[in-house]
Design a protein around this ligand. Sequence first.
Ligand SMILES: *Cc1c(COP(=O)(O)O)cnc(C)c1O
Length: 367
Amino acid sequence: MKKRIPFLELSRLHRSIEDELVEKFKEVMARAVFAEGEEIKLLEKNVTDFLKSPAAIACSNGTDALELALRALDLRPGDEVIVPALTWISTAEAVANAGAVPVFCDVNDKGLLDPEVIEKHLSPRTACMIPVHLYGNMADMPALMAFARQHGLRVVEDAAQAFGAEWGGTSAGLFGDIGCFSFYPTKNLGAMGEAGLIVTGDEKLEERLRWMLNHGQPERNVHKIKGGNSKMDTLQAGILNVKLRHFQGWQERRKKLAVQYLRELKGINGLSLPGEITEDRHNAHLFSVKLRQRDALRHYLDRQGIGTAIHYPNPLPKTPAFFHAKPFPMAEEISRTTLSLPLHPFLTDEEINFIGGSVREFFERNV
Ligand SMILES: *Cc1c(COP(=O)(O)O)cnc(C)c1O
């Protein structure tokens, strides 16, 4: 009986740092501060240092980070925000919940926003765009920022999948007016529950964001603006502080395994590989391949005991919540053909070999 290889196996990661995690749990319990406090400050400092960002603001999750970012930019009702048709649903939800209108834009063959396509969607109401670094692969931020400046658009980066990716030495999230991260457990840097983070180099925006996520308070009982409760759990900050000590090493392992995949899967006719995954601009969050027989391969791998995932089965404008009749050819094609193979730092070389071999076998049997 073969052992299953799940798409993601966080228990292996947790086992490897169990003593440190337990130590941190005990510390936080003893201190008995479960909101704000020094653990949150330490996380903000650690992330500021790691990303080389001017500021880092811990918050409740990545979805709230996006909504806070859009609210902080003071969009007017009816303002339009450019959103890629292919992304996790949070990107569009945040726009709608902030009272603006998501305008879906088709993506390039990597699933990313491109200035040429955005141009066709501009209107006098376009106020902002949200590039998404899909699968951990950064959109061309220098080009997108030049385009945004030329057209007077604000930019919120959805860097929820891109912690650790950088372009020309600048981290994902630091190009736009505001950058948003998620520490959902399945991301490269994940908490043990919900958590997110916002970066910005604009001190006025930073101040507003900090007030907004804590009931509009610059200090206790002073409600200067309308806000809400989007604070990060102190315990989650503690877990992230422990995991950050190991993050660089995990990233290196991810990259090594990705290179091994690329070697194993090279030259298979009809299989398109994410070659850019070895570059700094990609944090190797997901190893997503494309092929016409996606569903058949998924089924085949499942029978071999290999878990896979689809990011994402439907473009947002093809979901009931955000339906739009217009075609989004590239986003639709990626949704039909993309498959994410297991990639996390605790996979063994043998497991990658086995997965690679199984994919190759599928193609040999199905020519
Ligand atoms: C995960 C994710 C989010 C949302 O983050 P949560 O912390 O789960 O709320 C937003 N956008 C993208 C692209 C994501 O992958």
